[in-house]
Write a protein that binds this ligand. Structure first.
Ligand SMILES: Cc1cc2nc3c(=O)[nH]c(=O)nc-3n(C[C@H](O)[C@H](O)[C@H](O)COP(=O)(O)O)c2cc1C
Length: 145
């Protein structure tokens, strides 16, 4: 089993509607491929974790990097894991778009700011730490099926 984490820059200003579409599509594909993970979006950046078999992670990542909705993709880590961290989520996500929200303020204070919003870390352990902080602070949104 493998876990891959990357950060990228959104080509357009992101909002929840676009992220919801990505999550919908991803959840369906990932459920079939046995992939689990988490997607974080700010107005300008994405940070995503995907977990699964070597073949499925490679296939999915190759599709993701070719997606023209984002660019400047930085691979933060790709490692062998004993167990999944996001075992119940084929893909769950959250958008941090409102920089005045309590969540954004706390994240900016701890992890810093980039392009006027929350800065997503480049170090994989910090990226996971941020996702764990978000899970602890925030009730994660459900989207319409
Ligand atoms: C930030 C971001 C994250 C994505 N994550 C996933 C993902 O986890 N799984 C997935 O299948 N597609 C993901 N996609 C979509 C893929 O890039 C691609 O559009 C999709 O897999 C194509 O699926 P299809 O062959 O069913 O049309 C993501 C796209 C973006 C922009």
């Amino acid at each position: 089993m493998y876990r891959l984490i990357y950060k990228s820059r959104a080509v357009e200003d992101m909002d929840w509607e676009i992220v919801e579409q990505i999550l919908h599509h991803s959840e369906a594909n990932n459920a079939l491929a046995g992939i689990t993970g988490f997607l974080l979006a700010s107005r300008t950046h994405f940070l995503q974790v995907i977990e699964g078999t070597f073949e499925e992670i490679n296939d999915t990542y190759l599709r993701i990097v070719r997606d023209t909705r984002h660019e400047e993709i930085q691979l933060l880590s790709y490692e062998v894991i004993d167990a999944r961290l996001f075992e119940s989520w084929a893909m769950k996500g959250i958008g941090v778009f409102d920089n005045n929200s309590a969540l954004a303020r706390q994240l900016i204070e701890k992890y810093g700011e980039q392009d006027g919003g929350v800065r997503f870390p480049l170090e994989a352990w910090l990226a996971l730490s941020m996702i764990y902080d978000i899970r602890a602070i925030q009730e994660l949104p459900e989207w319409k099926r």
